[in-house]
Design a protein around this ligand. Structure first.
Ligand SMILES: C[S@@+](CC[C@H](N)C(=O)[O-])C[C@H]1O[C@@H](n2cnc3c(N)ncnc32)[C@H](O)[C@@H]1O
Length: 207
């Protein structure tokens, strides 16, 4: 398995607790993935690069300190769990429509002592509450996603960012042409130099 060194390379100011949590995270997913498949078997070797660091691209794009975040279709906890380690004073609600994946999320959060994570076996459409940001990776096309979450995004401070932050790959022109809203697209290779990120993007839809 690759190691948390790749996280420390791009986030040199982690405290001792965060370093320990990131170090443990790979082991926890390796163990849980034997029982419940949350990342593909071949990807577990590259979990730090392809899942953990990928999730943390959102931390490079947006400071989430103090924010309320909803991770829709979190699967085993991506991008929510790595971001919850990175932003201990932000609150994360993670939902997925598959119960056994949420079981993994809860177990991982508990093992790490993450007190800023709640996880629910729930469809996005049924999730209640208001959030500063809704985040996701690999769930559905943006048009349908906006429909699911439009009522759930709010901002107390209009001068600060709020909206959807999605991790996406490849050519997004066709998908994003379906939406009528303004959006911003950022290449993750602006932050991370590994070839894996060459085709990866962050899409921000402000609300
Ligand atoms: C390809 S997986 C991605 C999981 C995770 N975000 C990741 O990147 O590893 C898509 C996930 O979205 C979940 N999902 C799909 N539609 C959903 C919905 N309407 N509400 C909640 N979760 C949903 C699926 O159960 C699945 O776990």
């Amino acid at each position: 398995m690759d190691s948390s060194a790749i996280v420390e390379k791009y986030f040199p100011h982690l405290n001792a607790q965060q370093k320990a949590q990131f170090q443990e995270l790979g082991n926890l997913y390796a163990e849980w993935n034997e029982k419940i498949n949350v990342v593909s078997r071949k990807d577990i070797e590259h979990i730090y690069e392809k899942h953990i660091l990928h999730a943390l691209a959102i931390a490079k794009f947006q400071d989430l300190s103090g924010k309320k975040i909803l991770d829709v279709g979190t699967g085993g906890g991506f991008p929510g769990i790595p971001l919850a380690i990175m932003f201990p004073d932000a609150h994360f609600t993670l939902v997925d429509s598959i119960g056994k994946k949420i079981k993994v999320v809860k177990a991982v959060a508990e093992s790490l002592g993450l007190e800023n994570v709640e996880a629910f076996h729930q469809r996005a459409e049924k999730t209640k509450g208001k959030f500063d940001f809704v985040i996701s990776r690999a769930v559905t096309r943006m048009k349908g996603f906006i429909h699911w979450v439009i009522e759930k995004v709010h901002s107390d401070k209009p001068e600060e960012n709020s909206g959807i932050i999605a991790l996406k790959g490849g050519d997004l022109n066709e998908e994003m042409a379906e939406i009528k809203r303004m959006y911003q697209e950022v290449s993750i290779s602006d932050y991370f130099s590994e070839p894996f990120f060459e085709t990866k993007k962050i899409v921000f839809v402000p609300f």
